[in-house]
Design a protein around this ligand. Structure first.
Ligand code: MN
Length: 434
Protein backbone atom coordinates (compact mmCIF):
# COMPACT_ATOMS: atom_id res chain seq x y z
CA UNK A 1 0.00 0.00 0.00
CA UNK A 2 1.30 3.41 -0.94
CA UNK A 3 1.85 5.64 2.06
CA UNK A 4 1.51 9.34 1.46
CA UNK A 5 0.74 11.91 4.09
CA UNK A 6 -2.38 13.78 3.10
CA UNK A 7 -4.29 16.60 4.68
CA UNK A 8 -6.08 15.59 7.82
CA UNK A 9 -4.35 12.25 8.23
CA UNK A 10 -2.95 11.66 11.69
CA UNK A 11 -1.37 8.25 12.08
CA UNK A 12 -1.21 6.80 15.57
CA UNK A 13 2.21 5.49 16.40
CA UNK A 14 2.00 2.50 18.68
CA UNK A 15 4.81 1.01 20.68
CA UNK A 16 3.25 -1.94 22.45
CA UNK A 17 1.34 -4.85 21.00
CA UNK A 18 -2.30 -4.46 21.96
CA UNK A 19 -4.94 -7.13 22.27
CA UNK A 20 -6.84 -7.92 19.10
CA UNK A 21 -10.55 -7.37 19.33
CA UNK A 22 -13.28 -7.59 16.77
CA UNK A 23 -13.39 -10.48 14.38
CA UNK A 24 -10.41 -12.24 15.95
CA UNK A 25 -12.64 -13.69 18.66
CA UNK A 26 -15.74 -14.13 16.50
CA UNK A 27 -16.72 -17.65 15.39
CA UNK A 28 -15.67 -16.77 11.84
CA UNK A 29 -12.24 -15.59 12.93
CA UNK A 30 -10.28 -12.81 11.25
CA UNK A 31 -10.09 -12.31 7.49
CA UNK A 32 -6.53 -13.09 6.31
CA UNK A 33 -4.66 -9.82 5.85
CA UNK A 34 -3.31 -10.78 2.41
CA UNK A 35 -6.88 -11.16 1.16
CA UNK A 36 -7.88 -7.78 2.62
CA UNK A 37 -4.91 -6.18 0.87
CA UNK A 38 -5.84 -7.89 -2.39
CA UNK A 39 -9.41 -6.58 -2.08
CA UNK A 40 -8.16 -3.03 -1.52
CA UNK A 41 -5.77 -3.31 -4.47
CA UNK A 42 -8.70 -4.49 -6.61
CA UNK A 43 -10.73 -1.52 -5.37
CA UNK A 44 -8.05 0.90 -6.61
CA UNK A 45 -7.87 -0.91 -9.96
CA UNK A 46 -11.65 -0.95 -10.41
CA UNK A 47 -12.74 2.47 -9.16
CA UNK A 48 -12.84 5.49 -11.46
CA UNK A 49 -10.68 8.58 -10.92
CA UNK A 50 -11.76 10.28 -7.71
CA UNK A 51 -12.22 9.83 -3.96
CA UNK A 52 -14.42 6.99 -2.72
CA UNK A 53 -15.61 6.73 0.88
CA UNK A 54 -16.97 3.69 2.71
CA UNK A 55 -18.43 4.52 6.11
CA UNK A 56 -18.72 1.97 8.89
CA UNK A 57 -22.04 1.49 10.65
CA UNK A 58 -22.93 3.52 13.69
CA UNK A 59 -24.29 2.39 17.01
CA UNK A 60 -28.03 2.92 17.16
CA UNK A 61 -29.92 4.55 20.00
CA UNK A 62 -31.87 2.16 22.20
CA UNK A 63 -34.17 5.05 23.15
CA UNK A 64 -34.89 6.41 19.70
CA UNK A 65 -34.56 3.54 17.26
CA UNK A 66 -35.80 0.37 18.96
CA UNK A 67 -32.76 -1.68 17.95
CA UNK A 68 -33.66 -4.73 20.06
CA UNK A 69 -34.13 -6.83 16.96
CA UNK A 70 -30.57 -6.29 15.81
CA UNK A 71 -27.18 -5.89 17.47
CA UNK A 72 -24.34 -3.85 16.01
CA UNK A 73 -23.58 -5.14 12.55
CA UNK A 74 -20.80 -3.73 10.44
CA UNK A 75 -21.46 -2.24 7.02
CA UNK A 76 -20.71 -4.98 4.47
CA UNK A 77 -18.43 -2.94 2.21
CA UNK A 78 -16.47 -1.69 5.21
CA UNK A 79 -16.06 -5.21 6.60
CA UNK A 80 -15.13 -6.57 3.16
CA UNK A 81 -12.26 -4.09 2.85
CA UNK A 82 -11.06 -3.96 6.48
CA UNK A 83 -12.17 -7.19 8.20
CA UNK A 84 -13.13 -5.33 11.36
CA UNK A 85 -16.16 -4.10 13.25
CA UNK A 86 -15.52 -0.49 14.19
CA UNK A 87 -18.43 1.91 14.74
CA UNK A 88 -17.97 5.25 12.95
CA UNK A 89 -14.85 4.14 11.06
CA UNK A 90 -14.30 5.25 7.49
CA UNK A 91 -12.24 3.98 4.59
CA UNK A 92 -11.13 6.49 1.97
CA UNK A 93 -9.78 5.38 -1.41
CA UNK A 94 -7.96 7.97 -3.50
CA UNK A 95 -7.36 7.27 -7.18
CA UNK A 96 -5.66 10.14 -9.08
CA UNK A 97 -6.36 8.49 -12.46
CA UNK A 98 -8.38 5.40 -13.31
CA UNK A 99 -6.20 2.29 -13.20
CA UNK A 100 -3.13 4.20 -12.01
CA UNK A 101 -0.58 2.74 -9.59
CA UNK A 102 -0.63 5.99 -7.59
CA UNK A 103 -3.79 5.26 -5.67
CA UNK A 104 -3.96 4.80 -1.94
CA UNK A 105 -6.42 3.65 0.67
CA UNK A 106 -6.65 5.27 4.10
CA UNK A 107 -8.43 4.00 7.17
CA UNK A 108 -9.86 6.20 9.92
CA UNK A 109 -11.13 4.78 13.19
CA UNK A 110 -12.39 6.44 16.34
CA UNK A 111 -9.93 7.09 19.14
CA UNK A 112 -9.85 4.46 21.87
CA UNK A 113 -11.88 5.24 24.98
CA UNK A 114 -9.71 7.04 27.56
CA UNK A 115 -10.46 4.41 30.19
CA UNK A 116 -12.00 0.99 30.42
CA UNK A 117 -15.57 1.14 29.14
CA UNK A 118 -17.88 -0.55 31.64
CA UNK A 119 -20.92 -0.16 29.39
CA UNK A 120 -20.02 -1.45 25.96
CA UNK A 121 -18.17 -4.40 24.48
CA UNK A 122 -14.80 -3.49 23.02
CA UNK A 123 -14.67 -2.69 19.30
CA UNK A 124 -11.64 -2.19 17.16
CA UNK A 125 -10.46 1.41 17.45
CA UNK A 126 -7.38 3.22 16.22
CA UNK A 127 -5.12 1.65 18.85
CA UNK A 128 -6.58 -1.76 19.63
CA UNK A 129 -4.75 -3.96 17.24
CA UNK A 130 -6.51 -2.53 14.23
CA UNK A 131 -3.28 -2.47 12.24
CA UNK A 132 -2.66 -6.18 12.69
CA UNK A 133 -6.23 -7.12 11.80
CA UNK A 134 -6.51 -4.85 8.77
CA UNK A 135 -2.97 -4.78 7.40
CA UNK A 136 -2.90 -0.97 7.44
CA UNK A 137 0.47 0.31 8.65
CA UNK A 138 -1.10 3.49 9.91
CA UNK A 139 -4.63 4.25 11.00
CA UNK A 140 -5.95 7.79 11.15
CA UNK A 141 -8.01 8.96 14.10
CA UNK A 142 -11.49 10.10 13.24
CA UNK A 143 -12.09 13.29 15.21
CA UNK A 144 -15.20 13.59 17.30
CA UNK A 145 -18.24 15.26 15.80
CA UNK A 146 -18.07 18.96 16.55
CA UNK A 147 -19.73 22.24 15.71
CA UNK A 148 -18.32 24.47 13.01
CA UNK A 149 -16.34 27.44 14.40
CA UNK A 150 -18.72 30.33 15.04
CA UNK A 151 -21.81 28.22 14.32
CA UNK A 152 -25.03 29.34 15.91
CA UNK A 153 -26.13 27.42 19.01
CA UNK A 154 -28.38 24.53 18.03
CA UNK A 155 -27.02 24.29 14.49
CA UNK A 156 -26.27 20.84 13.11
CA UNK A 157 -22.89 19.38 14.12
CA UNK A 158 -20.21 19.05 11.46
CA UNK A 159 -19.35 15.51 10.38
CA UNK A 160 -15.60 15.37 10.85
CA UNK A 161 -15.17 12.80 8.05
CA UNK A 162 -16.89 15.09 5.57
CA UNK A 163 -14.38 17.80 6.44
CA UNK A 164 -11.46 15.37 6.08
CA UNK A 165 -12.68 13.91 2.78
CA UNK A 166 -13.38 17.36 1.34
CA UNK A 167 -9.83 18.42 2.17
CA UNK A 168 -8.38 15.25 0.64
CA UNK A 169 -10.39 15.74 -2.54
CA UNK A 170 -9.40 19.40 -2.77
CA UNK A 171 -5.70 18.64 -2.16
CA UNK A 172 -5.72 16.13 -5.03
CA UNK A 173 -8.05 18.07 -7.32
CA UNK A 174 -10.46 15.12 -7.32
CA UNK A 175 -14.19 14.75 -6.75
CA UNK A 176 -16.18 12.18 -4.80
CA UNK A 177 -17.28 9.07 -6.70
CA UNK A 178 -20.06 6.69 -5.61
CA UNK A 179 -19.15 3.27 -4.23
CA UNK A 180 -22.12 1.07 -5.09
CA UNK A 181 -21.27 -0.04 -8.63
CA UNK A 182 -17.60 -0.56 -7.84
CA UNK A 183 -18.30 -2.61 -4.71
CA UNK A 184 -20.89 -4.67 -6.56
CA UNK A 185 -18.29 -5.65 -9.15
CA UNK A 186 -15.67 -6.43 -6.49
CA UNK A 187 -17.94 -8.61 -4.35
CA UNK A 188 -19.42 -10.64 -7.22
CA UNK A 189 -16.69 -13.32 -7.37
CA UNK A 190 -16.02 -14.70 -3.90
CA UNK A 191 -12.47 -15.32 -2.68
CA UNK A 192 -11.37 -18.25 -0.52
CA UNK A 193 -12.24 -16.66 2.81
CA UNK A 194 -15.66 -15.55 1.59
CA UNK A 195 -16.41 -19.07 0.38
CA UNK A 196 -15.23 -20.53 3.68
CA UNK A 197 -17.76 -18.34 5.48
CA UNK A 198 -20.60 -18.94 3.03
CA UNK A 199 -20.03 -22.72 3.18
CA UNK A 200 -20.24 -22.65 6.97
CA UNK A 201 -23.39 -20.51 6.94
CA UNK A 202 -24.87 -22.99 4.46
CA UNK A 203 -24.01 -26.07 6.54
CA UNK A 204 -25.46 -24.51 9.70
CA UNK A 205 -28.61 -23.48 7.85
CA UNK A 206 -29.10 -26.96 6.41
CA UNK A 207 -28.65 -28.49 9.86
CA UNK A 208 -31.34 -26.16 11.23
CA UNK A 209 -33.79 -27.23 8.53
CA UNK A 210 -33.06 -30.89 9.31
CA UNK A 211 -33.78 -30.24 13.00
CA UNK A 212 -37.07 -28.54 12.16
CA UNK A 213 -38.15 -31.39 9.89
CA UNK A 214 -37.32 -34.00 12.50
CA UNK A 215 -39.23 -32.26 15.28
CA UNK A 216 -42.21 -30.85 13.38
CA UNK A 217 -45.66 -32.31 13.93
CA UNK A 218 -49.18 -31.05 13.29
CA UNK A 219 -50.46 -28.89 16.14
CA UNK A 220 -47.21 -27.03 16.68
CA UNK A 221 -47.28 -23.28 16.30
CA UNK A 222 -45.27 -21.63 13.57
CA UNK A 223 -43.19 -19.82 16.19
CA UNK A 224 -42.16 -23.13 17.72
CA UNK A 225 -40.72 -24.25 14.39
CA UNK A 226 -39.05 -20.86 13.97
CA UNK A 227 -37.48 -21.24 17.42
CA UNK A 228 -36.08 -24.68 16.54
CA UNK A 229 -34.49 -23.27 13.40
CA UNK A 230 -33.00 -20.17 14.99
CA UNK A 231 -31.80 -22.05 18.07
CA UNK A 232 -29.80 -24.32 15.80
CA UNK A 233 -28.27 -21.31 14.02
CA UNK A 234 -27.07 -19.75 17.26
CA UNK A 235 -25.98 -23.03 18.78
CA UNK A 236 -23.48 -23.38 15.92
CA UNK A 237 -22.06 -19.88 16.31
CA UNK A 238 -24.16 -17.99 13.81
CA UNK A 239 -24.29 -14.34 14.91
CA UNK A 240 -27.86 -13.79 13.71
CA UNK A 241 -30.40 -14.72 11.09
CA UNK A 242 -29.43 -13.75 7.56
CA UNK A 243 -32.92 -12.27 7.08
CA UNK A 244 -36.21 -12.46 8.98
CA UNK A 245 -37.20 -16.13 9.09
CA UNK A 246 -40.24 -17.06 7.00
CA UNK A 247 -42.17 -19.90 8.65
CA UNK A 248 -45.53 -20.24 6.93
CA UNK A 249 -47.98 -23.13 7.26
CA UNK A 250 -51.15 -23.77 5.29
CA UNK A 251 -52.39 -20.58 3.63
CA UNK A 252 -49.32 -18.73 4.95
CA UNK A 253 -47.13 -20.90 2.71
CA UNK A 254 -48.51 -18.88 -0.23
CA UNK A 255 -47.41 -15.50 1.22
CA UNK A 256 -43.87 -14.93 -0.07
CA UNK A 257 -42.49 -12.92 2.84
CA UNK A 258 -44.85 -14.02 5.64
CA UNK A 259 -43.01 -13.06 8.83
CA UNK A 260 -45.54 -13.31 11.68
CA UNK A 261 -45.18 -16.98 12.68
CA UNK A 262 -48.44 -16.85 14.63
CA UNK A 263 -50.54 -19.70 13.26
CA UNK A 264 -51.08 -23.10 14.78
CA UNK A 265 -50.47 -25.86 12.25
CA UNK A 266 -53.05 -28.49 11.35
CA UNK A 267 -52.85 -31.99 9.90
CA UNK A 268 -52.64 -31.75 6.12
CA UNK A 269 -50.70 -28.46 6.15
CA UNK A 270 -47.55 -27.92 4.22
CA UNK A 271 -44.93 -25.89 6.07
CA UNK A 272 -42.70 -23.53 4.09
CA UNK A 273 -39.53 -22.53 5.96
CA UNK A 274 -37.32 -19.91 4.28
CA UNK A 275 -34.62 -19.24 6.86
CA UNK A 276 -30.83 -19.14 6.97
CA UNK A 277 -28.00 -18.29 9.30
CA UNK A 278 -25.48 -15.49 9.05
CA UNK A 279 -22.03 -16.69 10.05
CA UNK A 280 -18.98 -14.44 9.89
CA UNK A 281 -20.88 -11.80 7.89
CA UNK A 282 -22.07 -14.25 5.23
CA UNK A 283 -25.60 -15.54 4.96
CA UNK A 284 -27.06 -18.57 3.25
CA UNK A 285 -30.59 -18.49 1.81
CA UNK A 286 -32.45 -21.76 2.14
CA UNK A 287 -36.06 -22.81 1.70
CA UNK A 288 -37.68 -26.18 2.25
CA UNK A 289 -41.33 -27.17 2.16
CA UNK A 290 -42.58 -30.22 4.01
CA UNK A 291 -45.82 -31.81 5.27
CA UNK A 292 -46.54 -31.29 8.97
CA UNK A 293 -48.08 -34.76 9.15
CA UNK A 294 -44.87 -36.31 7.85
CA UNK A 295 -46.36 -37.45 4.52
CA UNK A 296 -47.20 -35.34 1.46
CA UNK A 297 -50.71 -35.82 0.06
CA UNK A 298 -50.66 -37.01 -3.59
CA UNK A 299 -51.61 -33.50 -4.74
CA UNK A 300 -48.92 -31.83 -2.59
CA UNK A 301 -46.39 -34.37 -3.83
CA UNK A 302 -47.21 -33.68 -7.50
CA UNK A 303 -46.75 -29.95 -7.09
CA UNK A 304 -43.62 -30.53 -5.00
CA UNK A 305 -42.04 -32.74 -7.63
CA UNK A 306 -42.77 -30.19 -10.34
CA UNK A 307 -40.98 -27.47 -8.35
CA UNK A 308 -38.09 -29.83 -7.60
CA UNK A 309 -37.72 -30.79 -11.26
CA UNK A 310 -37.71 -27.14 -12.22
CA UNK A 311 -34.99 -26.42 -9.69
CA UNK A 312 -32.89 -29.36 -10.88
CA UNK A 313 -33.19 -28.22 -14.51
CA UNK A 314 -31.85 -24.81 -13.44
CA UNK A 315 -29.00 -26.34 -11.43
CA UNK A 316 -28.09 -28.58 -14.38
CA UNK A 317 -27.97 -25.55 -16.68
CA UNK A 318 -25.59 -23.63 -14.39
CA UNK A 319 -22.04 -23.24 -15.65
CA UNK A 320 -19.61 -20.43 -16.46
CA UNK A 321 -20.72 -18.28 -19.38
CA UNK A 322 -24.50 -18.58 -18.97
CA UNK A 323 -26.52 -15.69 -17.51
CA UNK A 324 -29.11 -15.84 -14.73
CA UNK A 325 -31.73 -14.64 -17.23
CA UNK A 326 -30.97 -17.61 -19.49
CA UNK A 327 -31.22 -20.05 -16.57
CA UNK A 328 -34.57 -18.55 -15.60
CA UNK A 329 -35.86 -19.03 -19.15
CA UNK A 330 -34.78 -22.68 -19.04
CA UNK A 331 -36.45 -23.20 -15.65
CA UNK A 332 -39.78 -21.65 -16.64
CA UNK A 333 -39.82 -23.65 -19.88
CA UNK A 334 -39.19 -26.84 -17.90
CA UNK A 335 -42.06 -26.11 -15.53
CA UNK A 336 -44.39 -25.27 -18.44
CA UNK A 337 -43.48 -28.46 -20.32
CA UNK A 338 -43.93 -30.71 -17.28
CA UNK A 339 -47.09 -29.19 -15.79
CA UNK A 340 -49.43 -31.69 -17.44
CA UNK A 341 -52.92 -30.93 -16.14
CA UNK A 342 -51.72 -30.09 -12.58
CA UNK A 343 -52.77 -26.47 -12.96
CA UNK A 344 -55.38 -26.84 -15.72
CA UNK A 345 -56.61 -24.85 -17.46
CA UNK A 346 -53.11 -23.67 -18.46
CA UNK A 347 -49.73 -24.60 -17.00
CA UNK A 348 -48.30 -23.98 -13.54
CA UNK A 349 -45.97 -21.08 -14.44
CA UNK A 350 -48.78 -18.62 -13.68
CA UNK A 351 -48.32 -19.62 -10.02
CA UNK A 352 -44.52 -19.08 -10.20
CA UNK A 353 -44.84 -15.40 -9.31
CA UNK A 354 -41.26 -14.36 -8.49
CA UNK A 355 -37.81 -14.46 -10.02
CA UNK A 356 -35.69 -17.62 -10.00
CA UNK A 357 -32.44 -16.29 -8.58
CA UNK A 358 -30.46 -13.59 -6.86
CA UNK A 359 -26.84 -13.19 -5.79
CA UNK A 360 -26.14 -14.26 -2.21
CA UNK A 361 -23.18 -13.45 0.04
CA UNK A 362 -22.76 -10.78 2.70
CA UNK A 363 -26.25 -9.56 1.80
CA UNK A 364 -28.95 -12.14 1.33
CA UNK A 365 -29.73 -10.29 -1.89
CA UNK A 366 -26.10 -9.61 -2.59
CA UNK A 367 -24.75 -6.73 -4.63
CA UNK A 368 -23.60 -6.98 -8.24
CA UNK A 369 -24.96 -6.58 -11.77
CA UNK A 370 -27.34 -9.24 -13.09
CA UNK A 371 -26.55 -9.05 -16.82
CA UNK A 372 -23.07 -10.48 -16.32
CA UNK A 373 -22.32 -14.05 -17.51
CA UNK A 374 -21.56 -16.44 -14.65
CA UNK A 375 -17.96 -17.06 -13.60
CA UNK A 376 -16.49 -19.62 -11.20
CA UNK A 377 -16.71 -18.26 -7.65
CA UNK A 378 -20.02 -16.48 -8.05
CA UNK A 379 -22.79 -17.54 -5.65
CA UNK A 380 -26.52 -17.24 -6.18
CA UNK A 381 -29.80 -18.87 -5.25
CA UNK A 382 -32.04 -21.08 -7.35
CA UNK A 383 -35.56 -20.94 -5.92
CA UNK A 384 -38.56 -21.86 -8.05
CA UNK A 385 -41.96 -21.86 -6.38
CA UNK A 386 -45.63 -22.52 -6.99
CA UNK A 387 -48.24 -20.76 -4.85
CA UNK A 388 -51.93 -21.71 -5.08
CA UNK A 389 -53.84 -19.72 -2.42
CA UNK A 390 -57.13 -21.46 -3.25
CA UNK A 391 -55.62 -24.72 -2.05
CA UNK A 392 -53.55 -23.21 0.81
CA UNK A 393 -50.60 -24.77 -1.00
CA UNK A 394 -47.30 -22.98 -1.46
CA UNK A 395 -44.11 -24.81 -2.38
CA UNK A 396 -40.69 -23.22 -2.71
CA UNK A 397 -37.34 -25.01 -2.84
CA UNK A 398 -34.26 -22.83 -2.57
CA UNK A 399 -30.56 -23.59 -2.41
CA UNK A 400 -27.28 -21.67 -2.45
CA UNK A 401 -25.40 -22.48 -5.63
CA UNK A 402 -21.67 -21.93 -6.21
CA UNK A 403 -20.56 -21.65 -9.82
CA UNK A 404 -17.57 -23.99 -10.35
CA UNK A 405 -15.17 -24.13 -13.34
CA UNK A 406 -17.31 -26.89 -14.85
CA UNK A 407 -20.82 -26.37 -13.47
CA UNK A 408 -22.46 -25.89 -10.10
CA UNK A 409 -22.10 -26.99 -6.48
CA UNK A 410 -25.10 -26.94 -4.15
CA UNK A 411 -23.80 -25.58 -0.83
CA UNK A 412 -27.04 -26.28 1.06
CA UNK A 413 -27.56 -29.83 -0.19
CA UNK A 414 -27.39 -31.27 3.35
CA UNK A 415 -31.03 -30.25 3.80
CA UNK A 416 -33.13 -33.00 2.17
CA UNK A 417 -34.61 -31.93 -1.16
CA UNK A 418 -36.56 -34.86 -2.54
CA UNK A 419 -39.99 -35.71 -1.14
CA UNK A 420 -38.76 -39.21 -0.27
CA UNK A 421 -35.72 -37.91 1.63
CA UNK A 422 -37.86 -35.37 3.52
CA UNK A 423 -40.42 -38.01 4.54
CA UNK A 424 -37.62 -40.38 5.60
CA UNK A 425 -36.02 -37.73 7.83
CA UNK A 426 -39.38 -36.79 9.36
CA UNK A 427 -40.06 -40.47 10.07
CA UNK A 428 -36.65 -40.75 11.71
CA UNK A 429 -37.55 -37.82 13.96
CA UNK A 430 -40.83 -39.45 14.93
CA UNK A 431 -39.11 -42.73 15.78
CA UNK A 432 -36.56 -40.92 17.91
CA UNK A 433 -39.33 -39.21 19.93
CA UNK A 434 -41.10 -42.44 20.74
MN1 MN B 1 -33.87 -16.13 -1.75
Amino acid sequence: MVRTVVAGFVGLSLAAALPLVGQSDAPGGPVPVDLLQARRAALLQTMPKGVLVINASRVRSIDGEYPQDSDYRENNDFFYLTGIESPNGALVAIQPDSGSAGGQVLLYLTAPPPRRDAWSAARTSADSGGRALTGFREIGVRPAVRRAPGAAPGSAPVDSMVVIVDSIAAAHGLSRVPSRTVMGMLRLVKDSDELRRLRRASVISAEAHREAMKQSRAGMWEYEVEALVEYTFRRHGAERVGYPSIVGSGINSTILHYDLSRRQTEPGDVMLVDAAAEWGYFTADLTRTYPMSGRFTPRQRSIYDLVLGTQQAAIDATKPGITIAEIQTIARAWMKDHSGDLCAPGDCTRYFIHGLSHWVGMDVHDVGPYFTPLKAGMTFTIEPGIYIPGEALGVRIEDVILVTPTGAENLTKDAPRTAADIEALMAEGRRARR
